[in-house]
Each structure stands twice: as C-alpha cells, then as structure tokens.
Design a protein around this ligand. Structure first.
Ligand code: IVH
Length: 735
C-alpha cells in the first residue's frame, strides 16, 4: 500500500474517532452529520480498495463478527460488586455517621452521580485497544458480550492519547436513552414484533442478541462509573480523579458528577436530580454516593457483595401493581372519549393514585386491558398516571373485553370514531354537558379570556343548572343568580361580574384560542392573529387559500380518482384515494370549492387542478386548515362569536403589529430552568411579535437557555443558533 494512502486512512480514522468522541462523549459535535457521513464513506471506500489495511479498531469495524451460537463465560479479575440501598434522608444520614465513625472522624467527601437504570458492564482495554466486554453476571463470572458492545457508538475502540495503562478495565452502565427506546418500540410495533416494557429491558434484550448486527441497530449508550483491574499506570488517589482519567482517555462518564461533603449537600443534590429526572434523556432510579478518597475506600472495604464505601439512595418507585376496579369513559372539551381506569388506590411515584388514563381504545386493545386485571401503574413526576401493561395470568377466562360505548355516557348522543382515527368522539357538540363544561373552562382559562374567579366547580354548577349554554351566556348572568350559587355570595358575585367585564378587553390571539378550535393552541392562535391581523380575515379563510396541490400531484390525483370512484358522486363526499398518501379529505373539500362535480375535475387539465395557495402560514397544513375552515363554517359557532362581539368583547385594532413589533420575524425557543415562569416570557415575546416554538431548527433565531439546559442547547450549538441566557432575554424584552 502506498504510504500516502496509508497516511490518509490513518488520518480519516483519527478524525472519525475524534468526532465520535465529541459527539457521544463530550456532547459537543463540531461538524454536521452529513460531513461525518462523508468521512466515514471515504474511509469505507479506501478500506474496500485496500482490505489489508483493515484493523479491528477501525471505526468501520463496529459490526465485525458473525452471529454467535452462545455467549462464553468470563471470569472477573476483581468481583463486580453491587450496592446497598437507602430510601430516605435519615437512612443516608445513618450511613454517613457510620462511615465517619469507621474513619475515626476523618473528613469525608463524596463523589456523587445519578444511578443509571441499565446493565453493569466491564470493559477491558489492552495497549489502549478495546478487547473485551463482559456483563456482571453473578459478580464473579459474566458473559462475553464484546461483539455487541463494540457496536455502541459512544464506546471508543481505541483510547485517546498515548498515556494509558497497559491494561485498563473500566466499569460502567449500558442503557438505552428514552427517545431511542420510544423509537425502537414504535419500530417493533410497525413490524408486528414484541415491544419492550421499559428502556432497561430493551437495553438488556439488545445486549443479549447473538447477532451483533441487530445490536448495532439498537440505540445503546454508556457511562463509566468505576475502574476494575489496572496494570501499568498510576491512577488517581480519588474516585473523581479516576473518572477524569477515564474521560481523558475518551470514555463517557456522567455529566452530572459532583463532589460534595455534607449530608445536607448530598440531599440537596438528590432533590435536584429528582426534579430533573423526567427531563434527563435516560432513566435513572436514584443517586449513588461514593467516598471519593481511594485510601478511605480501602480502609472501609466491603461486606458480602457490596462495598461499605458507597451507597445508593433510591427514588420512590415509579411503577407499582394494582387492580382495575372499573373502566369509565371521560368526555373532554372536543368530545373525545377517554377510557379511564378506576383503581384500587396505590402509592406510586410519591403519591396515591386511584385513576389512570388508558389514552384511547387502540391502547386498550393493544395492551389487552380488562376490568379486574392486575396492572402496572406508572406515575412519573408531573406526568398523569397511566396503565403501562396488564398481567392477565390470573384473569377469569370469561372477563369481557372493554368496548367503546355507542352513546355518550353524559348526553346520550351517538359516539363516532372516524375511520383511521384513534379517538372516538361524542357527536353532541355543545349540547353535551361534558363538552360544554370543558369548553367553558377552556374559554375562561388563564391563557384564554383569563376570567378570574370563574373556577371549574362554579362552571360545573352553571352548566348543570342550565344557566350557561355557551361562553356568551357568561356575560349575561345576573348578579343575584350568581350570588345564589353554592359557595358564592353577593361579594363574590360582584367580583366575578367585574372580572367578566375586565376580560372583555382582550387580544385577538387570546380570543381565537378561547374559542377552542381543535388543533389551535395558544401559540398558533397568536401566530394566526399576527399573520392575518383581523378576525374577519380568519373567519373568511377558504381551504383554497391554504392548501397546495402541485401540478405533478394533480395529475396523479386525477388518475387515482378516475379508477377509484364513480362519477355521479359529489366531490365533497368522495373519499380520498388510498393510493395517494398525501391526499386527505381536506384536499377534496378544497377541490369541491372549485369544481362542482367529479367529472368537471376529471376533465380539467392538471394545471387547472393544481392549486397555489394565496397564503402560506407556517405551521398550517391541510389538517389544521380543514379544522379552522370547518369551525368558522358552522352557523352555531358564528352565532356565538357574533354574540360575544355584541356583548363588548374587543381587542386593539391591528397596528400592523406584525411589522412594527420590535421582535417581529424572530423565532425563540426557551429551555432549561428560568427564574420567571416560562409562560410569562412566552406571552411577552408573542406580544412583541416574536414566535415561540418548542424545538430547535434552522429557523430558530434565539435559544434562551436557563439552568441545566439539555439537548436543545447541543442542537442549537450544532445549528449555529444564537444562544442567550435569561438576563439577555430580559434585555431584549425591555430595550
Ligand atoms: S457504582 C461497587 N455507580 O447499580 C460499586 N453503580 O445496584 C459499583 N449502577 O451493579 C457500582 N449507576 O450496575 C455505580 N453511577 C453508578 C451506577 C451504578 C448504576 C448500577 C450498577 C450496579 C448496581 C448496583
């Protein structure tokens, strides 16, 4: 091989290793993915030309081996220990006291990090090259999973630099990040394969594949948290020092690692990590506290299979078992029927739970849940409790399946589930008391009309007593009627009437949001208000203003319609042809505005059928367009709006706000922990003409990064989005 080629190959390998390290270990990628792919392809091409150049450590060789028939056993040089647990602050304080006693009162520092919910792994490097990975097994002997672990992108196949031990055994945890887990399960569902109960099981299943090609497709990650055997290198005299060495050699370690001294600090850390738990990209189940000084670790030693120098403090379990007593259907604002499981109360995730959502009927069927089943309940942080899965082993053979009621349990109207949709809805609209209640709660809510003092209970009374049928009725309630209601009086009635009066002065965005149009959240409502400027413009939107059909699509549509339907069908009753994925009912509705019959459409030229929309409003696709237009087509909705306007609801006339507003045209994303509520900033930004979105893209102008900003920060850096902190934001809002 010519020396230039050899040098080029080495250079590519080094570059790729370096970028891998920046991406997976430092979480600070330097080049776009496409550029990385180009480097990889260049190396693959050269290696294909010069196969003799290939070494096992080449970044192209992560999936090297053929499937195994079984895993071989590996004896651990030093046993892989487990950890003792504590479950609260007092138990931790006891642990701390025992340690200090044993160390005759010496000062103690803890190296502290989250306890990852994955699988322990031992990683062996010889002369800086990765040569073996073994599972913990029984602590003495594990399984050789080298070929699978090689496929984990975050694992360096060669240690960085040249100052490493002859032999290094790093220990750590392999896990599957939450988003990768969701993606994997979705893929499994699409393929009709079995799904995994949680990321830990998915990681275990992935590591136990005999074919490394399968493992390579699984999104596994890894953090190191300790060292085993080390030969030929001086290590640090503290655990944290050793972690810094591992990090320098290119091994990933937890970014949350801290050194702390007092019980109070340790417990504060536990609280902070607990609060961050849901936001972390991976599952954790507690915090591990390790005595930092290695000499003290040796002095303390181990008992049974756990060290005396470390302890895990566990979070309250997020999953528990209980039994389903009944299943009921709740009717929401949009009429959606949600199956809800009534449970035997169970303490989970730090609270007692007696109801859990089953989301929708597809979920009920997929999870095969029946009344009387023992089920796993999950309550994670602020997330509403849900039924994860059923354990149907002890179910009576004749336990009936749960069926969607054919009529609304609240108003008796027919329940309709459009083909292809997961959600079934009560067709009663605002004649259904449940929908009316929710619609009015939404109308009065803080981000909508912000009617102070009009709480849920009061709204329920008003609807139950038939005093309020639509939001407009709120503004005509007599004071004495209000005063006579439960838990009301003359004073609170007056206050409420004043609050109703005050709410009449609003903004177009809030009003639009308050109407509760399906799919229109507060951000989209504000966006439509700035883009279109007036209620009239919004009410008069037609589908053809918003929906696009390209000339090439027009031709295909005509062809598909020709073969699929009979020509005496009216256009707006014609189902979209299922051969054209892009074509939805909205497209045919739109064409029905322009062509009176199917024949007319079929005889038109594709250019005539194609549609260039008058407006292109970001975020408004055919789904939203249809919802928006349909809402304002309903005479009932028009009536309510007219009444509200007649009752004096108003907003400042458009002052061409879109262009005059000082932050017009700028898109912001807010992330991390901020001093002021995020919503407050959001409203201020929107008021100044800015847009606030939830995810970073090339369109984002500013990321406002609070404390502990996570992946969005990385993404923003990657895309070159400007990053400001809270102080910077305050300056922009007040200039
Ligand atoms: S230290 C001798 N640190 O927890 C102590 N373990 O319950 C070795 N684990 O088998 C463990 N995160 O698989 C340590 N940051 C962390 C950890 C951690 C998860 C696992 C590890 C161990 C198990 C014990």
């Amino acid at each position: 091989m010519n020396p230039d080629v050899k040098q080029r190959i080495n250079q590519l390998r080094q570059q790729i290793d370096q970028h891998n390290h920046r991406y997976y270990v430092l979480d600070d990628p330097e080049i776009p993915d496409a550029e990385y792919d180009r480097l990889m392809r260049a190396l693959q091409d050269l290696e294909a030309q010069y196969p003799e150049s290939i070494t096992p450590e080449s970044p192209t060789q992560r999936v090297g081996a053929e499937p195994l028939s079984a895993f071989t056993q590996v004896e651990h040089r030093a046993p892989m220990l487990s950890l003792n647990n504590v479950f609260n602050e007092n138990e931790f304080a006891d642990f701390d006291r025992r340690i200090r006693e044993r160390l005759s009162g010496e000062s103690v520092r803890y190296s502290v990090e989250p306890k990852l919910d994955g699988l322990a792994i031992s990683l062996r490097y010889e002369q800086g090259r990765f040569i073996q990975a073994a599972t913990r097994g029984d602590g003495q002997q594990g399984e050789d999973v080298t070929q699978n672990v090689r496929t984990i992108a975050a694992l360096p196949l060669r240690l960085l630099g040249d100052d490493w031990p002859e032999i290094l055994e790093a220990r750590g945890e392999i896990f599957m990040p939450k988003n990768g887990f969701e993606r994997l399960n979705q893929k499994q569902r699409d393929l009709g394969e079995k799904t995994f109960a949680n990321p830990r099981n998915a990681a275990a299943g992935s590591l136990r594949q005999l074919d490394p090609r399968i493992t390579a497709t699984r999104p596994l990650a890894l953090f190191c948290y300790g060292v085993g055997e080390v030969i030929g290198h001086e290590m640090a005299d503290t655990h944290s020092g050793n972690m810094a060495l591992l990090k320098n050699w290119g091994l990933p370690i937890s970014p949350e690692l801290k050194i702390l001294s007092s019980v109070a600090d340790c417990q504060a850390y536990f609280e902070v990590i607990g609060a961050k738990r849901d936001a972390l990209a991976y599952d954790i189940d507690g915090v591990v506290f390790k005595i930092d000084r290695i000499a003290q670790q040796h002095q303390l030693g181990s008992v049974a299979r756990a060290p005396r120098w470390a302890i895990a403090q566990k979070f309250p379990a997020q999953e528990e078992l209980t039994q389903i007593e009944a299943i009921e259907f709740q009717v929401g604002r949009t009429g959606a029927l949600t199956p809800v499981a009534r449970l035997q109360p169970v303490f989970v995730g730090g609270a007692t739970v007696s109801n859990a959502t089953l989301h929708n009927m597809d979920e009920v069927e997929r999870k095969d849940i029946r009344v009387g089943d023992v089920v796993v309940i999950r309550r994670a942080g602020d997330v509403i409790p849900e039924v994860v899965r059923s354990l149907p082993q002890n179910r009576a053979a004749n336990a009936p399946k749960i069926l969607m009621p054919s009529h609304c349990p609240v108003c008796g109207s027919a329940v309709i589930r459009p083909a292809g949709e997961a959600v079934a809805r009560c067709s009663g609209g605002l004649s259904c008391a449940a929908q009316r209640k929710e619609a009015i709660k939404h109308f009065a809510s803080r981000k909508a009309m912000d009617i102070e003092g009009l709480g849920d209970k009061l709204i329920e009374q008003l609807v139950d007593l038939d005093l309020v049928h639509s939001p407009a009725d709120l503004y005509q309630l007599p004071a004495d009627t209000l005063a006579s209601l439960e838990r009301m009086g003359a004073k609170s009635a007056d206050n409420l009437i004043a609050a109703l009066g005050k709410s009449k002065q609003t903004t177009l965005g809030r009003f639009l949001y308050a109407l509760g149009i399906l799919g229109i959240g507060e951000t989209m409502a504000a966006h439509l208000a700035t883009e279109l400027g007036s209620l009239e413009a919004i009410q008069n939107l037609r589908l053809r203003d918003l929906i696009e059909i390209k000339p090439s699509q027009a031709k295909n549509l005509q062809k598909a319609l020709q073969t699929a339907v009979t020509s005496d069908q009216p256009l707006n009753k014609t189902p979209p042809p299922d051969t054209l994925k892009w074509c939805q009912t909205a497209h045919l509705q739109m064409l029905a505005e322009r062509f009176s019959t199917l024949d007319e459409l079929l005889n038109a030229s594709p250019e005539q059928v194609a549609n260039q929309p008058r407006l292109k409003i970001e975020g408004v696709g055919h789904v939203l367009a249809e919802k928006l237009v349909t809402f304002f087509q309903q005479p009932h909705n028009r009536e309510v709006i007219d009444r509200l306007l007649a009752l004096g609801i108003q907003w400042p006339a458009p002052t061409n706000a879109a262009t005059e507003a000082k932050l017009a045209g700028l898109t912001f994303v807010l992330t991390g922990k901020l001093q002021q509520p995020r919503d407050q900033y959001k409203q201020q930004l929107i008021a100044l003409g800015a847009k606030v979105t939830g995810s970073i893209s090339k369109q984002t102008d500013y990321l406002v990064a609070g404390e502990a900003a996570g992946s969005k920060l990385g993404k923003a850096q990657e895309l070159g989005v400007k990053i400001i902190d809270e102080a910077g934001l305050t300056v922009m809002l007040n200039v």
